[in-house]
Design a protein around this ligand. Structure first.
Ligand SMILES: NC(=O)c1ccc[n+]([C@@H]2O[C@H](COP(=O)([O-])OP(=O)(O)OC[C@H]3O[C@@H](n4cnc5c(N)ncnc54)[C@H](O)[C@@H]3O)[C@@H](O)[C@H]2O)c1
Length: 413
């Protein structure tokens, strides 16, 4: 594919597809050329967004098969809801097998799947397809994470010893669409939705950049889940008003808070710890991503709300509510942080540049579906630990068929 540009098709036209599309402003050698979503108007609107910001001459498509068949499309970015992951992937692989088109790669959003059995099926399908595959974990590409890790390992760890503790959290006040709030559709609550990010960021920070991912190995997991806010009767009612009848947190809540401790061991036998928090019950200016890395003579800290740009809006500024300052924004007045370029700072731009380059070079991305499978195994072990209220030795076989009570609709907090 030398001298060629990568033509990209999106499956899904919602929140994350739009974030990716915007990030392509900072990615060379690729064009957004197609969008498929069950609602054709939404697909057309997302395609129009791509054209309007000049990241590609994108068109809406009528089906996944049609998009696979298009000679303009070389790779797909799979951005549908979690409960459609397998059917989306089956449609792609069946179209390829039927000779309807050819692709070079596929990039799949987090979480890879709702549980381990589904994550295995994802891996099986991508292997069957022969496509290069990427796992879309944007936070591994956050410039602050990448740069901070590089400097600490090169300057401090090299002289004084490796880091031993990573703390990562992702917190906001709750997702934007009803399906996230329904355990069965999401595969769980905030643990499955957001702790997948923190697991990977903590692991990346703790891994020696000169060594492979498996140079550190998870040994045990201890976790707690809770419904701190959204099953309170007044908030359960509010949530139902906002999200619709099917979101009933009096009867079927999902966890809105989760914490986990994952113990790792490195290749020299040193114990390492990752402390992870995920919350949909955090109220601050908006989405807060925090990371810390601690070693014997140094530490790193990152907070996405610690922005260089802050605005003050007096009480007389009473405009409409929006998300124009920061993702999952909670206020429009007072002293507000602004993330000046969210697609860059959350990592989407560098993520998409990386996968585009891998696919153009016919190189298997290092961040791929096998990583997504292992993250799922760790998340399911965390759910099991929370349900059984004990620390659990990490053994993927133990969670092969595990479905969290939250996803079964039987969780009683
Ligand atoms: N990396 C991140 O930080 C991040 C952030 C948000 C969402 N995500 C992930 O991206 C995925 C989509 O989330 P979102 O926030 O865009 O959700 P969303 O609900 O905003 O958008 C989902 C899109 O999928 C479409 N859709 C509906 N049924 C479908 C089907 N059968 N097949 C394919 N598409 C279908 C919808 O029309 C919509 O366009 C999820 O897996 C989510 O976990 C990742």
């Amino acid at each position: 594919m030398t001298n060629k540009r990568l033509g990209i098709g999106f499956i899904g036209s919602g929140f994350i597809a739009r974030f990716h599309i915007k990030s392509f402003i900072g990615v060379r050698d690729a064009d957004v050329r197609g969008v498929w979503s069950p609602n054709r108007q939404n697909a057309d609107d997302a395609a129009a967004l791509a054209r309007s910001i000049r990241v590609g001459d994108a068109q809406g498509f009528n089906s996944i098969e049609e998009m696979v068949a298009s000679p303009d499309i070389d790779a797909l970015w799979l951005c549908g809801p979690n409960h459609r992951r397998i059917e989306n992937l089956e449609a792609i692989v069946n179209a390829l097998k039927a000779g309807k088109g050819s692709l070079v790669g596929i990039a799949i959003e987090k979480p890879l799947a709702r549980n381990v059995a589904e994550a295995r099926r994802v891996v099986e399908l991508v292997e069957e397809s022969g496509l290069l595959h990427g796992y879309l974990e944007d936070q591994l590409f956050e410039p602050a994470v990448v740069r901070g890790r590089e400097i600490l390992w090169r300057r401090a760890a090299a002289l004084t010893g490796r880091p031993y503790l990573a703390r990562c959290a992702e917190e906001h006040s709750g997702p934007h669409m009803p399906w996230f709030w329904q355990g069965e559709l999401g595969g769980g609550g905030v643990l499955n939705d957001m702790m997948c990010h923190s697991v990977e960021v903590a692991r990346l920070l703790l891994t020696d950049p000169t060594k492979p991912r498996h140079s550190i190995r998870p040994t045990k997991v201890s976790a707690t889940i809770a419904s701190l806010k959204w099953s309170r009767p007044e908030y359960a009612d509010l949530l139902q008003q906002m999200m619709g009848q099917e979101v009933d947190y009096r009867a079927r809540p999902s966890e809105d808070f989760a914490r986990a401790t994952i113990s790792y061991v490195d290749d020299a036998g040193h114990p390492l710890i990752a402390e992870l928090t995920a919350s949909w019950s955090f109220v601050g200016a908006g989405l807060r991503l925090t990371s810390e890395l601690l070693g014997p003579e140094y530490s790193l800290s990152i907070s996405s709300l610690d922005t260089s740009l802050k605005l003050f809006l007096s009480r007389r500024v009473q405009g409409q509510s929006g998300e124009d300052l920061v993702e999952k924004q909670n206020a429009e007045q007072g002293l507000m942080p602004v993330v000046a370029s969210e697609a860059t700072e959350y990592g989407y731009e560098d993520e998409n540049r990386y996968f585009v380059n891998c696919f153009l070079d016919h190189k298997q991305p290092e961040v791929n579906c096998y990583d997504g499978l292992e993250v799922t195994q760790l998340l399911m072990t965390a759910y099991k630990s929370a349900e059984e209220e004990r620390t659990i030795a990490f053994d993927p076989k133990e969670v092969e068929n595990f479905i969290p009570a939250v996803a079964r609709g039987t969780w009683k907090p």
